[in-house]
Design a protein around this ligand. Structure first.
Ligand SMILES: NC(=O)c1ccc[n+]([C@@H]2O[C@H](COP(=O)([O-])OP(=O)(O)OC[C@H]3O[C@@H](n4cnc5c(N)ncnc54)[C@H](O)[C@@H]3O)[C@@H](O)[C@H]2O)c1
Length: 360
């Protein structure tokens, strides 16, 4: 039984709680922590209501780690504190699950991954879409060569995040703590796309805008990704879709196959035109995406831990979407495409880039 703690008891924390309670023979949530103590208390009570066991409550992560001495730490705080807390957890000898993105600085995030590797600890980032049945089916088909050479891919996150989403949690939409539509919302589709294509990036061209939201970062971003093997991906992410979320969509075009996933969290298998398959039969059989969210991610993590293997999103896997999005940002800042691999870059390097130019 692994002793677990959770840092950050805000909006996404319930997903971590449910995932842990879903594998009660593997993980025991011993403590929860939030700088806003009432949030930690509320989550502890929720845990008690669902499992008849109340975790200890802390408002300071360092204090919790030294008092509880857990083996596993889940980090669900605002994105700007992910690497600081991951370092604390790794230094305390814990395996770590980090909410997306792994961090906001490439250098700091790479250092966290390296530290985990050197200490022989597991680290993973919450890219839950990779575990959806349709995404898994598509990954297996691509890896088996069933779609032939991959020619191009498209990722779209056409969402709405109203002004209150940002005013409810002031870290959101800042360069120091978050990033914008690409880093916070579109990152799930971007991660799935780059994982499916499975190739190194050669070059990226990005364009971003802050059209209307009351934030520092982009409320719209788009880009073109050129992979070393020749495939090209088109990315489009917005939080401005009027009046509500419109869709999330991931399309893959290969020499011998076209597959499109859509719907919230890519749960719908919309198109499956793969050489040798009958589309109607595949779509009818596919049904829903099955269990989605943090449950399958936690299961994979703890299975991998027991087997001594990295999880599906172990080590460098969590860095890939961060590097891609920071590449889009850097390209916007520099005004031309950027070559990969990217050197150090961070969201804070974008400060002022989207601000209106002074006309003096
Ligand atoms: N995987 C997903 O589908 C998904 C969905 C939403 C959010 N997220 C990610 O989860 C993270 C949290 O998002 P949220 O919407 O739950 O945010 P939130 O603002 O609702 O909650 C974050 C909580 O962390 C606490 N906190 C911040 N720094 C802390 C620290 N040093 N020690 C202890 N507590 C601290 C805050 O007080 C707050 O209660 C973000 O990184 C976000 O990108 C992931």
């Amino acid at each position: 039984m692994i002793s677990a703690v959770l840092i950050g008891c805000g909006q996404i924390s319930s997903n971590h709680l449910s995932a842990m309670l879903g594998i009660p023979d593997r993980v025991r949530l011993d403590a929860v922590c939030d700088g806003m103590a009432e949030r930690a208390e509320a989550l502890a009570l929720k845990c008690e209501a669902q499992s008849r066991r109340k975790p200890l409550v802390f408002s300071d992560a360092k204090e919790m780690l030294s008092a509880v001495k857990p083996q596993f730490v889940a980090i669900a705080t605002g994105s700007g504190s992910h690497t600081i807390l991951a370092n604390l957890a790794l230094d305390a000898g814990c395996h770590v699950m980090i909410e997306k993105p792994i961090g906001l600085s490439l250098q700091e995030s790479r250092a966290v991954v390296e530290k985990a590797r050197l200490k022989g600890l597991q680290i993973s980032v919450c890219f839950v879409n990779r575990f959806h049945a349709h995404v898994q089916r598509l990954k297996q088909a691509i890896d088996a060569g069933r779609l032939g050479r991959i020619l191009h891919a498209a990722v779209q996150a056409r969402w709405n995040r109203g002004n209150s989403y940002y005013t409810d949690a002031l870290w959101r939409g800042t360069w120091a703590q978050d990033g914008g539509a690409l880093m916070n919302q579109c990152i799930h589709g971007i991660d799935a796309m780059q994982w499916l294509i499975g190739d190194q990036i050669a070059r990226i061209h990005g364009v971003t805008r802050r059209f209307q939201r009351p934030i520092e970062s982009e409320d719209f971003g788009c880009g073109i990704v050129e992979f070393r093997g020749g495939a090209v991906a088109v990315i489009e992410g917005t939080v401005n879709a009027f009046p509500n979320n419109v869709e999330e969509r991931l399309s893959i075009f290969g020499e011998k196959g076209t597959v499109i996933l859509s719907g919230p969290s890519l749960k719908k298998l919309e198109t499956w035109r793969v050489d040798g398959d009958d589309e109607t039969t595949v779509l009818a059989e596919a049904g829903t995406a099955g269990p989605v969210g943090h449950g399958p991610l936690y299961l994979d993590f703890f299975n991998s831990l027991e087997a001594g293997n990295p999880s599906v999103i172990g080590f460098d896997e969590g860095l890939r979407s961060l590097e891609l999005i920071l590449g889009l940002y850097k390209s916007m800042k520099d005004g031309h495409p950027v070559e990969f691999p990217l050197g150090d870059f961070s969201t804070v390097d974008m400060a002022g880039v989207l601000d209106p130019k002074r006309k003096d």
